[in-house]
Write a protein that binds this ligand. Structure first.
Ligand code: HEM
Ligand code: HEM
Ligand SMILES: [Fe+2]
Length: 784
């Protein structure tokens, strides 16, 4: 085949150049983080020389926090879950109270409360200044506390003994979840609740003590607490303004490039009448048929995931479940761990299955013994899902102890699964890449149409990136420094959802559009280059919005604010694509087989703009995020984006694959109606959850944080105050509407799976040959 006049060389150069620049910034910024992380003292001592905390005890406290999944109950440095307190802000507050009492007794022999406002003010002022002074000695790695600080520490110890021992008032937790005596892996002998407290205390210390030579704390003054003298830094405000200006400029520049170089996917049909007729009555191969069981698992996991969401939502309004003490066997932290693991599992499984489905299509035949690998991957996944979930359960309830970090709760949000399961999950994903390679590599080598080959290459690169970035989880160990662990943790959470997933999703959509003959190959590939450059160019360094307050270098305030503001631009461009998908849905006649896919793709585009773009932007600027971090606005954004973008997208591609592997006869107008109902119920439910409940609650929470300090807005008493309490109850309606949508989806999937096409590799090969001939003809026409 002659070399085409047109090449993608320039676009490739721009994309690769962009990737090199953004990853260099990310890695250089990472070095600054590690160089500047808050020290973990060899010991914390009082001025009289008494050792209060040893290094081992501090690390042991972190292990206790991890083993019992407390990041799935409350937050540390604002990361984790929001029913429990923010343990950093709360500790800071209680520590200050202890110091206040100390001075009230010492100076006036009275309790702090009984002092006049004037005397209270004077003490608070003294305390505020005292805690800012950095008394860590690098030379002997010792942190020395003043007498008042030591009193504050002891006060904190008492407080948490009260909280974690014989306390039935913790919503959604068993009364004595933490075994105070048991010493497991990464732990050290001694009272485990006290060790946990030392870990909390260290967080309070680093968030209130000035960095050496600076006038702000290790956490850039987070959390907001006037009593601690913690107020927003000037940099936060300045970079907020700059980020907004950059967004405006970015919109202008990108619209210019988009229009100037026409980076749109061009439709192959100009009017509804010309829309290509698509026949789905073709034969399928045996590996393609085997993906049906993946989808059965997908919808099962999806249902369990949202039921757990509802259980958690209930713990917000009642300590138990309608009077049943369910928290003893399914505590909130376990439900949360499962809720997150399940979403990763079911979304990933949909992608794995769809990838497997595409392989014979790109290869144009069934690779040898592909079915065997597909079954192997399936069972490996089942083992990881069931094993890791049981492990998390056993670890939290104290049934699995010594090897908790390998098989149980690993302790970090989104990577709750034990190290052993993480590795198995990676092996599973590598196996998936092997399954893909068997089709993609020969297809990429084929003397074939240039544009189509490029599309396949892009799809393959996107697929490899998925396991590649999960490898970051391997850097984290239970005793890793929090700042270090979080740096890598966001490589998975943020880089996956705002970079790699997003890229894979847009490429896969592009592939489907071409495969369904809806857009031309060349315009699609060009549009993909443009979208990928924008998404990755902004999204990779955009990761900085998670590094604002985690003990990182303040340069991340600038980088995070600006780059992630720019992320909004490509997401909004996707709204145009949503319209394209809507048009396909609307123009399609009765015979169009992929109506369901397009209705869900349209919603994906809508949530990209609203859930990810708008709701991401609202919490993104440092000046807002400083007060907002870890509140219900984050949850609103998390649901608008994870459920809205990836939930809807996964369903779209699942329906595409299911439509192809099932018999024509079941796709009656009634079935189309069911798909429509499912889409509407889920999207109305999701919008209700976000806009009726989470956003208003988050608004009140933000106001509360501004009025009383961040710690206050995270108390259970805040959630139980009116009208927050009523708003939290009200979510039950949209939650149930969403559930109804999921149940309809399950009915559809079960129906499909009972009516699969028989596998016939030879007939399928004949079909692929016919398609190829058609494609060659079309490509020649477009090249002429
Ligand atoms: C009826 C459906 C659902 C309900 C009732 C629900 C409820 C909840 C609740 C109560 C939390 C815990 C918030 C906290 O930390 O305190 C949560 C967290 C979360 N859910 Fe859902 N959820 C539902 C569906 C989904 C779906 C479909 C997805 C994704 C596809 C999802 C993704 C998440 C994520 C990512 C978080 C973590 C948010 C964060 O930490 O900021 N949820 N959900
Ligand atoms: C499809 C794209 C996106 C997805 C799936 C997504 C998902 C999420 C999730 C699940 C969280 C919660 C993390 C946690 O549990 O702490 C989160 C947090 C956050 N997201 Fe996004 N996001 C997306 C795009 C964006 C964009 C475009 C922006 C900015 C313009 C943004 C800004 C933020 C910020 C600032 C936080 C931290 C909130 C906090 O401090 O508590 N996100 N995102
Ligand atoms: Fe992010």
């Amino acid at each position: 085949m002659a070399k085409p006049k047109y090449t993608y060389r320039r676009l490739t150069k721009v994309l690769i150049g962009t990737l090199v620049v953004v990853f260099s910034i990310l890695i250089a910024g990472g070095f600054l983080i590690f160089k500047n992380e808050a020290p973990r003292p060899a010991k914390i001592v009082a001025t009289n020389g008494e050792t209060l905390v040893t290094h081992n005890e501090l690390l042991s406290g972190q292990a206790v926090y991890e083993k019992y999944g407390l990041a799935d109950y409350g937050t540390y440095l604002g990361n984790g879950s929001y029913l429990g307190p923010d343990y950093t802000a709360q500790s800071l507050h209680i520590y200050l109270q202890g110091m206040n009492s100390y001075y009230a007794q010492k100076l006036y022999q009275q309790s702090f409360k009984s002092l006049s406002d004037f005397k209270q003010g004077a003490i608070k002022d003294k305390v505020k200044h005292e805690i800012k002074v950095n008394r860590y000695s690098k030379a002997n790695q010792t942190l020395t506390l003043t007498a008042a600080q030591a009193a504050g520490y002891h006060h904190l110890t008492k407080y948490y003994r009260h909280e974690f021992i014989n306390n039935p008032r913790q919503a959604g937790l068993p009364e004595n979840m933490i075994n105070t005596k048991k010493t497991d892996a990464f732990m050290y002998k001694g009272n485990k609740v006290d060790q946990l407290t030392s870990f909390f205390f260290w967080g309070a210390w680093m968030s209130s003590t000035n960095r050496p030579g600076q006038t702000y704390s290790y956490t850039n003054n987070w959390p907001y607490d006037l009593d601690a003298g913690n107020t927003m830094s000037s940099e936060s405000l300045i970079w907020t303004a700059i980020s907004v200006a950059l967004l405006v400029a970015g919109v202008g520049v990108i619209i210019y490039y988009q229009r100037r170089y026409a980076f749109d996917m061009e439709a192959t049909y100009a009017s509804a009448e010309q829309m290509p007729a698509l026949d789905t009555d073709f034969a399928i191969t045996s590996s393609q048929r085997k993906i049906a069981k993946y989808f059965l698992v997908v919808v099962g996991l999806f249902l369990v995931q949202i039921l757990l969401g509802e259980l958690m939502a209930h713990y917000y309004v009642e300590n138990e479940f309608f009077g049943i003490p369910l928290q003893n066997i399914w505590p909130f932290n376990l439900a949360k761990a499962w809720h997150l693991q399940l979403v990763i599992f079911w979304v990933a499984t949909t992608w794995l299955a769809t990838g497997i489905y595409i392989v014979p299509r790109v290869l144009r035949r069934e690779p040898k013994r592909q079915g065997l690998l597909v079954d192997l991957l399936f069972w490996a996944l089942i083992v990881v899902v069931v094993g890791s979930m049981l492990g998390e359960w056993a670890s939290t309830l104290g049934l699995l102890n010594h090897n908790w970090w390998l098989f149980g709760q690993f302790g970090w949000e989104y990577i709750e699964l034990g190290k052993f399961w993480q590795i198995l999950f990676i092996i599973g994903m590598v196996l998936w890449v092997v399954i893909l390679m068997r089709g993609f590599i020969p297809a990429m080598k084929r003397p074939d149409n240039y544009d189509r080959k490029r599309l396949i290459t892009l799809l393959f690169c996107g697929a490899i990136a998925i396991p590649a970035f999960y490898l970051a989880s391997l850097f984290i160990l239970p005793n890793s420094h929090v700042t270090f662990a979080d740096y890598w943790r966001w490589w998975i959470v943020h880089l996956w959802v705002e970079g790699i997933f997003e890229s894979f999703a847009v490429i896969l959509i592009g592939y489907l559009m071409v495969d369904l003959k809806l857009t031309t190959t060349r315009s699609t590939v060009r549009a993909l280059y443009f979208q990928l450059t924008l998404l990755l160019g902004s999204g990779v360094v955009g990761m900085g919005h998670h590094y604002f307050w985690e003990g990182d270098h303040s340069i991340w305030l600038a980088l995070g604010a600006c780059f992630s503001a720019l992320e909004v631009v490509p997401l909004c461009l996707l709204l145009w694509e949503a319209y394209t998908h809507y048009r396909v849905f609307k123009d399609s006649n009765v015979a169009f087989p992929y109506k369901g896919t397009f209705v869900f793709l349209m919603w994906t585009g809508v949530w990209n703009a609203i859930g990810a773009g708008a709701l991401g932007f609202i919490i993104n600027a440092p000046a807002i995020n400083y007060f907002e971090h870890g509140t219900q606005w984050t949850s609103a954004h998390a649901h608008g984006s994870m459920a809205g973008v990836y939930g809807m997208f996964s369903i779209a591609i699942m329906l595409y694959a299911l439509r192809n592997i099932s018999q024509q006869k079941i796709w009656t107008p009634k079935m189309d109606k069911l798909v429509n109902w499912s889409a509407w119920l889920m999207n109305i439910g999701l919008a209700g959850m976000v806009f009726i409940s989470l956003l208003p609650v988050g608004y009140l929470q933000l106001k509360d944080a501004l009025e009383h300090g961040y710690w206050h807005a995270r108390l259970l008493s805040f959630y139980h105050s009116s009208p927050v309490f009523e708003l939290l109850w009200a979510r039950i309606i949209p939650d149930l509407v969403f559930t109804a949508g999921v149940i309809i989806l399950i009915i559809i999937v079960v129906k499909v799976i009972r009516n699969l096409k028989p596998a016939d590799n030879e007939k399928a090969a004949a079909h692929f040959a016919a398609v190829t001939a058609e494609e060659v003809k079309a490509d020649q026409l477009s090249e002429d």
